[in-house]
Design a protein around this ligand. Structure first.
Ligand code: COA
Ligand code: HC5
Length: 626
């Protein structure tokens, strides 16, 4: 097995010193160099598959129009071939022909606020502490656990992950700590302080909107113990009791262009600049939140999901964040916990792997009580608020509060079955869930919609994601048949199985680098780079429909029983993130209240019914034993 060091053979990671700077070439580099490069799919294949993907979501008339555009684009010696050659040349020159383009297009040049529109949240199971002592103790353990994970990253002792038997690119693990997004007038950037001459040794702690720099390593390079961190957190707590501070962090919730302007204004002041740099350089952030308003058990998880995504608004915890920070753990006094992360540097799975490790770590009994060496007071990060900055904060507050009001989010723990049921029926669990989503949507709206599911491209060096288009010819046939009384049950079963199989095949094609979405994006960006006019194919109604993802979905599997969430991709759509466990499935469904046609709770209800109806269908029609 190709692994840096198998977990069981590794020296306990807390005994290893953090490596600074990381010595390359090391095991990591050797592993990375062994990975294949992302292929450019054949042009003709993508064209065929594009037309197929349009079938369930556009009208016959639109499709006829698009067919003609596709024929023109793909013809020998045509624009398509020229752009394809450009892409192939690009692929020869780079480690990954897509990754820089993707980072810019999907994240750095995306101008909507990161809050709700880009940054995902994770809700952890409620912790059983009830007071500040418990909160700080848990936060201290969590910090120690995260530093333990960091040691594995620094020492390159993280086991390599596999998907479908193939080793995955581990680069994202090196981007999630000590990094931060920085707003820019047209394009943002990401800085990373994990390596270099002076790698970061502190974290940021936020309490009552006040930021602190907390050094988490001793002078000999060993991390502070839980007890030591706890004492430091108490000091921070006791010096930040005032609740009337300007919520400077709210600035990071704004539209990226407005925030970029405000940022330049903010850092004109030397003290402010130093404080901002300290946050940006820190390993991660810990947000010690005020309790969230009490709600019934029924809506508790949905409420916490909202807290993770946006902090509840300017009167609650939204000022207790720096949303540009890649990783922010949130620990509230009432036991609600989770995280929010800025998406540009990494996909969900590495974040969740870190979280799984941290949660296991917090469960360990504390054995050694370290002698208490007096530690310096953590540094308070000061901000001088000029009238201009105050004005920017007020504007950001207003926008944020509108976003908070607009987010409609519903967490559904589907407890009737988990991955085990579809497996027992020899159906891919992910495909089963995706087909159920198609059925739920069709029952609500009477048609299929462009549906996005994230597929990992990490089999390739520096791979990020491509799109699994879950609305297929086969899924549409099934959802149309399901409620048709004239249809035989046995036929419905056949159609369900075929739809799931089609989904699984699309998934295999996507993770092997042969899906269509990133290729189409590449062809379009190649046209822009070559300064040729944008081909009509990309100005077409069908293309707009295909890119308008009313369902934006993603599976993120975790060991911890947590719920992952994010906002919808379009104003009239749903975000659906799920964590399938063996015997239950955690879903978070989001929508916007400003859209009269969507409703997260209703979608959850239809999804639950679709999953149950599909189970019943399969169970009532057992497969023949042949
Ligand atoms: N019969 C029985 N079992 C089956 C089956 C079948 N027909 N098809 C699949 N299974 C099993 C699999 O072997 C697997 O077993 P395991 O639990 O022992 O590992 C399990 O069911 C799950 O497989 P499946 O549901 O098909 O999905 P997957 O785990 O392969 O995941 C994706 C599919 C698309 C989620 C995955 O390929 C991927 O890309 N993940 C990353 C997504 C991502 O990056 N998300 C975050 C974006 S920020
Ligand atoms: C902690 C779970 C984070 C999941 C985030 C996710 O799925 O992001 C997708 C990334 C991608 O490139 O597919 C984008 N999406 C939210 C729009 C599905």
């Amino acid at each position: 097995m190709l692994a840096f060091v198998a977990r069981s053979m590794a020296k306990p990671s807390h005994l290893l010193k953090p490596l600074a700077p990381r010595k390359l070439p090391g095991r990591y580099l050797a592993h990375q160099e062994g990975l294949p490069t992302l292929p450019v799919p054949p042009l003709q294949q993508t064209m065929d598959r594009y037309l197929l993907a349009l079938q369930p979501i556009v009208s016959e008339e639109e499709l006829t129009h698009t067919r003609a555009l596709v024929e023109d684009f793909r013809k020998p010696g045509g624009v398509g071939e020229r752009l394809q050659k450009g892409l192939e040349r690009r692929a020869k020159k780079r480690e990954n022909w897509l990754s820089d383009w993707w980072l810019k297009t999907a994240y750095l040049e995306y101008r909507l606020p990161v809050v709700v529109h880009s940054s995902p949240g994770v809700v952890l199971p409620k912790q059983d502490f009830q007071d500040r002592q418990g909160q700080l103790r848990f936060a201290a353990k969590l910090i120690e656990g995260a530093l333990d994970f960091k040691t594995m990253i620094d020492n390159e002792t993280l086991p390599v992950e596999y998907l479908g038997g193939k080793p995955l690119c581990m680069n994202q693990y090196y981007q999630i700590l000590s990094s931060c997004r920085i707003p820019g007038p047209k394009r943002d950037s990401v800085v990373n302080y994990a390596t270099g001459k002076k790698p970061s040794t502190h974290i940021t702690v936020v309490h009552n909107f006040q930021f602190f720099e907390l050094d988490v390593y001793c002078s000999d390079g060993s991390p502070l113990t839980t007890d030591q961190i706890f004492i430091q957190l108490e000091k921070i707590w006791n010096t930040s009791l005032q609740t009337n501070k300007e919520p400077i962090g709210i600035l990071t919730t704004n539209h990226r262009n407005s925030w970029a302007k405000a940022y330049n204004n903010l850092i004109k002041d030397k003290t402010n600049k130093e404080s901002v740099r300290s946050i940006e350089k820190s390993i991660f952030t810990i947000c010690l939140d005020a309790p969230i308003p009490r709600v019934s058990d029924d809506v508790y998880r949905s409420r916490v999901a909202a807290q993770m995504l946006h902090g509840g608004g300017s009167r609650w915890n939204s000022g207790n964040r720096w949303f540009d920070k890649t990783l922010q753990f949130i620990v509230a006094e009432d036991g609600s916990c989770g995280l929010v992360y800025e998406h540009a540097p990494s996909e969900g799975p590495p974040i969740v792997a870190l979280l799984d490790h941290v949660i296991e770590y917090t469960k360990k009994p504390e054995l050694v009580r370290s002698p208490m060496i007096p530690l310096p007071m953590p540094k308070k990060l000061r901000f001088n608020i000029t009238p201009d900055i105050k004005n920017d904060i007020e504007k950001a507050k207003q926008n944020l509060n509108i976003m908070v009001q607009d987010l409609d989010i519903k967490v559904m723990v589907f407890h009737h079955f988990g991955k085990n049921f579809p497996k027992s029926e020899k159906v891919s669990p992910d495909a089963f869930i995706q087909v159920a989503l198609q059925l739920a949507y069709f029952r609500m709206y009477g048609n299929a919609c462009a549906t996005y599911e994230s597929a990992s491209l990490r089999m390739f060096r520096l791979g990020r994601t491509d799109t699994i288009r879950s609305a297929s010819v086969d899924s549409l046939k099934f959802v149309q048949a399901m409620d048709n009384p004239g249809q035989q049950e046995q036929e419905k079963v056949e159609l369900l199985r075929r739809a799931a199989q089609a989904h699984r095949s699309y998934t295999d094609m996507a993770i092997k680098g042969n899906a269509i979405d990133r290729h189409l994006l590449g062809l379009k960006l190649q046209a822009i780079e070559d300064l040729v006019s944008i081909p009509e194919l990309f100005m077409d109604t069908s293309y707009a429909v295909a890119m308008h993802f009313n369902l934006s979905t993603s599976q993120v599997a975790a060991k911890t029983d947590c719920v992952m969430c994010y906002g919808p991709a379009v104003p009239d759509g749903y975000g659906v993130c799920y964590n399938p466990m063996a015997e239950h499935i955690n879903f978070a469904i989001s929508a916007f209240n400003s859209c009269g046609d969507t409703n997260a709770a209703q979608m959850a209800h239809y999804l639950e019914k679709a999953l149950l109806d599909m189970r019943l269908l399969l169970q009532s029609n057992p497969r023949s034993k042949l």
